[in-house]
Design a protein around this ligand. Structure first.
Ligand code: URA
Length: 434
């Protein structure tokens, strides 16, 4: 087969056969296709799309690029959660130890930051020493022992997604329904799951900007799951303003620890409970959402969920002293405060602008090899719908390097719209797709 002729075919609106897709994913995973050619193919897919048969073949080829794990010997129900990506979306970090403490086994394979959105792996790596690269035997050992494990794609775990994910991030090809759905579902289907809860984000800070697109993405992923015998529940949730107050890698770990201690901002806590309760119901350990929520509250109040997080961080070589004293997590040297120019009601706190601003401070990548700064970030104080006085703090930017500071300030200042109100506060969860 010839890769350039496949690029031509897709670019000109043609369709690729199963064999061609299988071949191109396998060749790229084996480093036999250069990034520049694959980036061109990704752009063709971004612009032309994949039909349902092509998407099935693409997802299967990614799934089979590495080991497909089998946890049938683990008695607990294997349920995972994945988000399509947002700003300040750190839900997985407190959620996994909470549901694992309730009797669910969570074999989570996550990703890094994509575009303006943060990634669970980058956040976890803000914990000094934490290793996200685990081979399948170690991944299984930690899951069996603690009922949870959080790792990244590797040379044996969905290597195709490991490579494509980084390439999409650096080639402007992230917000594509076939590329997002194949990326997420290949990872999740490689985990040997009984069920999956998806958080499909919609709004300025999400890759899906409106409900029609979000519904389409959710339905496609639910369909891929059911064709592989995995039950998938998707919640379509709001991402028009950042989730919680913290946007940045280390600061999101601090906020996640708050949730594990029964504190934390209301929207983050609420979404963690809602997604977790869905996981407990899907796994059959709770009869309904209310019972699931009560179980989650119990393991938070007893300290069990926090202790589980500490045990797993230690098992993955992370320094647990930063969990006991989050002030020890990386902190930026400088700060810049953004204040309100007038009194009124916060009408908008645009998640995209705030997320791009944080990426410009050094929390995101512009090329595949960029090294991120875990310490930088923005604390968002003003929430949509709240009344504020002129001069009140809207957000605080924390930075080490001022190379892109002016850009980050401009973006973050522009993210806030203050009006005379009242502001429409959108629901946290719009709808479910099953
Ligand atoms: N999460 C993923 O794993 N992949 C995407 O493409 C987007 C979000």
């Amino acid at each position: 087969m010839n890769f350039i002729s496949l690029i031509h075919a897709k670019r000109d609106g043609g369709r690729l056969t199963d064999d061609e897709i299988q071949w191109l994913i396998a060749e790229y995973s084996a480093d036999r296709i250069p990034d520049y050619q694959m980036a061109s193919m990704l752009m063709a897919v971004f612009l032309i799309g994949l039909d349902p048969d092509e998407l099935t073949a693409w997802t299967d080829a990614m799934l089979r690029s590495g080991d497909v794990l089998d946890f049938s010997h683990v008695a607990a129900p294997k349920i995972d959660k994945h988000s399509t990506g947002g700003v300040g979306d750190k839900v997985s970090i407190p959620l996994v130890p909470i549901v694992a403490s309730c009797g669910i086994a969570v074999p989570m394979i996550s990703g890094r930051g994509l575009g303006h959105t943060g990634g669970t792996l980058d956040k976890l790596e803000a914990i000094p020493g934490f290793r996200t690269a685990l081979d399948p035997p170690e991944f299984s050992k930690i899951l069996e022992r603690y009922g949870m494990v959080m790792a990244g794609q590797s040379e044996t775990l969905v290597p195709a997604d490991r490579r494509l994910y980084a390439l999409r991030d650096a080639s402007g090809t992230v917000p594509s329904i076939p590329l997002i759905s194949s990326s997420i579902m290949s990872k999740k289907l490689a985990e040997g799951l009984d069920g999956l809860v998806l958080d499909v984000k919609v709004g300025s800070g999400a890759f899906m900007k409106d409900l029609v697109q979000a519904r389409q993405l959710a339905k496609i992923m639910v369909g891929i799951g059911s064709s592989h015998g995995t039950t998938v529940t998707a919640l379509i949730t709001n991402m028009s303003q950042p989730l919680g107050r913290e946007v940045g890698n280390a600061s999101e770990i601090r906020e996640s620890i708050d949730v594990l201690h029964g504190r934390g901002p209301p929207d983050l806590v609420e979404l963690t409970f809602r997604l977790g309760a869905e996981m407990l119901v899907l796994g059959g350990v709770a009869q309904d959402l209310a019972a699931g929520r009560a179980q989650m509250e119990t393991v938070i109040a007893s300290g069990e969920a926090f202790e589980k997080f500490k045990e797993v961080v230690a098992a993955q070589d992370g320094d647990t002293s930063v969990l006991d004293d989050p002030r020890l997590l990386p902190r930026a040297r400088n700060q810049h405060i953004i204040t309100a120019e007038r009194s009124g009601v916060v009408i908008e706190a645009n998640a995209l602008d705030i997320g791009v601003g944080v990426a410009r401070l050094g929390a995101g990548r512009e090329t595949k090899d960029d090294v991120i700064d875990p310490a930088v970030g923005t604390t968002v104080t003003a929430r949509v719908g709240s009344e504020i006085e002129a001069g009140a703090v809207l957000a605080t930017l924390r930075y080490n390097d001022d190379a892109n500071l002016a850009d980050a300030i401009r973006l973050t200042e522009g993210a806030f719209v203050i009006g005379d109100g009242p502001a429409e506060t959108p629901p946290l969860v719009y709808e479910e797709v099953r």
